[in-house]
Write a protein that binds this ligand. Structure first.
Ligand code: NAD
Ligand code: GLY
Length: 361
């Protein structure tokens, strides 16, 4: 087991990573949160797989445990569902000293975290991420939110958990497509961090993508990179925006294809290809690094080509990105792996050319 510590401005907390660390849940929560009651929130895919183990560990530590099981899916990240969950916590007499445990992927983490952050201005919150994406990204750094109308993560706040516990064994039941979503974020962290993280992502890409190939070192180093960014800029005043690398065009592709043709991770994979191409054009990323990056993404099984949408539609959606300022979107690009550049303006003709290139790769 690997133990990391995040020193965010608002809270310092441990992250435990390893195979079978779910057994540590009860003792760790008891140590960090005392004797209060626990409400585990999870979805109906995760409940039959891991709820009993989580409960057993918490109950054995002498904690009073109840649970809420929600339907799986992004639609659950709504204010209506959050309100229903406030009702559940109210009826169960939950107080600030009690703890909400999010057991599941990023949807459950974001929703349960939002509810924990706002119920009585902040109940206890623990993340037990069970997807690769949630382990390396969503559970770390305290962004919690629900979607509002067409706006993804439109209503939310920053609320760091007291503990993150990432059990790699849970990845064994994860569908391949979900594993690829996580692989895209791991590749993003590797390219942004360079050095050891990138080396481990290359190692992952050498074997067929599967839970067995996901090592404790890979997940821990990817988390450590994200934590290092959050520690320097918890509330995204500047630096934290590097984590949008590959997401500008990635999000536009997701939206332009109706959130169906490509999963989030697959769209981010395409966005990363585009960002590498733009980095070479605008930030002098060496050709060998660009080629290495494309090869890495291909080896991870991410799509190599944009299909089913016109380049103009993608560019139109980029210009409507919620992070766009008065003078357009500031891209995150790379000078070298490990050396991101923030806020790069991309001439519209070049943006269109690169999205066209994605269609023809
Ligand atoms: P998800 O939570 O929907 O999980 C994906 C699917 O896998 C679901 O069907 C779920 O039931 C299932 N599942 C989860 N764990 C499983 C397991 N171990 N075995 C089998 N099935 C399992 O999706 P996700 O990709 O984990 O997260 C996406 C969400 O995370 C989005 O809402 C996104 O906005 C959010 N997100 C948040 C942050 C952040 O910083 N807060 C960062 C990235 C993404
Ligand atoms: N996933 C982007 C962030 O946490 O800032």
């Amino acid at each position: 087991m690997k133990r990391l510590t995040v020193h965010a401005a608002s809270r310092t907390y441990p992250i435990l990573v390893g195979r079978d660390v779910l057994e540590e849940l009860g003792p760790a929560v008891r140590r960090l949160r005392g004797e209060g009651q626990i409400v585990v929130m999870c979805d109906d895919n995760v409940a039959p797989l891991y709820l009993e183990r989580a409960r057993r560990s918490l109950v054995s530590a002498g904690l009073r445990v109840s649970q809420v099981i929600l339907p799986a899916g992004e639609r659950e990240k709504s204010l209506a569902r959050a309100e229903e969950l406030y009702g559940v916590l109210y009826d169960r007499g939950v107080r600030r000293t009690d703890t909400v445990v999010a057991l599941g992927g990023g949807v459950i983490g974001d929703l349960a975290g939002f509810v924990a952050a706002t119920f009585q201005r902040g109940a206890g919150f623990v993340q037990v991420p069970t997807t690769l994406l949630a382990q390396v990204d969503a559970s770390v750094g305290g962004k919690v939110a629900v979607d509002f109308r067409a706006g993804k993560n439109y209503v939310g706040t920053f609320y760091q958990p007291s503990l993150v516990l990432a059990d790699l064994r849970t990845l064994e039941t994860l569908p391949d497509r979900e594993l690829r979503c996580g692989a895209a974020e791991v590749a993003k962290h590797g390219l942004l961090a360079g050095s050891a993280v990138l080396r481990r992502v290359r190692q992952l890409a050498r074997s067929p993508l599967g839970a067995a190939a996901v090592t404790q070192e890979l997940v821990a180093s990817s988390i450590a990179y994200k934590a290092s960014v959050v520690e320097r800029d918890e509330r995204e005043a500047g630096l934290r925006a590097v984590l949008n690398f590959g997401h500008t065009i990635g999000h536009a592709i997701e939206a332009a294809t109706g959130f169906r043709r490509f999963s989030h991770g697959e769209a981010v994979g395409l966005g990363l290809h585009a960002a590498l191409r733009l980095s070479s054009e605008l930030c002098r990323l060496p050709e060998t690094d660009e080629e290495d990056g494309h090869e890495l993404l291909d080896r991870l099984g991410l799509p190599d080509r944009l299909t089913g949408v016109r380049a103009e539609e993608v560019c139109e959606l980029v210009s409507r990105d919620k992070k766009a300022g008065q003078d357009g979107v500031g891209y995150v690009l790379l000078r070298r792996p490990g050396f991101p550049v923030l806020g790069v303006r991309v001439p519209p003709a070049l943006e269109l050319e690169v999205v066209e290139w994605l269609r023809k790769r």
